[in-house]
Design a protein around this ligand. Structure first.
Ligand code: RP5
Length: 168
């Protein structure tokens, strides 16, 4: 029996895959059913339209959209659905991802895209933000998120002890 995905990790190109797999990895770690797709606002516009239009009725609750350069992808999807869309700007060889960041983050008022940092940190945070959204109505997931934060805190504390020479 296949479980229907709650989060979609979509990307404009297969060249975004390595970065966007970081988001999928975290969703897997939290046990969140998800799917990964390559869909492009300009190369496969019909597919993008169908995906955005059907997202809610397919049971998706969050869309994570990664794109680079003139990264209109997240905004296009957000225009087609009212479920939350999180945009992840990809690093680019030419402008370092500033192009992607501005194209994703600067949505005119009315159609929001929650935009994360450029690249891998952004992909990870997009997954964690998705978990936080789902955790609003899922106490088990909320507990896992608190556990994740506790581990981060512990790791930072240990790093502090290491640089102070108190542990190896
Ligand atoms: C965007 O253009 C994609 O999201 C990708 O980040 C960028 C470059 O795509 P490729 O030319 O590598 O396929 O649509």
């Amino acid at each position: 029996v296949s479980i229907s995905p709650k989060v979609a990790v979509v990307m404009g190109s297969e060249s975004d895959r390595e970065v966007m797999e970081e988001a999928a990895r975290i969703l897997t770690e939290f046990g969140v059913p998800h799917e990964m797709r390559v869909i492009s606002a300009h190369r496969t516009p019909e597919k993008a339209h169908k995906f955005g239009t059907n997202a809610a009725e397919r049971g998706l609750q969050v869309i994570i959209a990664g794109a680079g350069k003139a990264a209109h992808f997240a905004g296009v999807l957000a225009s087609l659905t009212t479920i939350p869309v999180i945009g992840v700007p990809m690093t680019t060889p030419d402008l370092g991802g500033l192009d992607s960041l501005l194209s994703t983050v600067q949505m005119p008022a009315g159609i929001p895209v929650a935009t994360t940092a450029i690249g891998t940190a952004g992909a990870r945070n997009a997954a964690l933000l998705s978990v936080a959204i789902l955790a609003l109505s899922d106490e088990e997931l909320a507990a896992k998120l608190r556990g994740y934060r506790a581990r981060l805190r512990e790791q930072a504390h240990e790093a502090d002890l290491r640089v102070r020479g108190e542990i190896q």
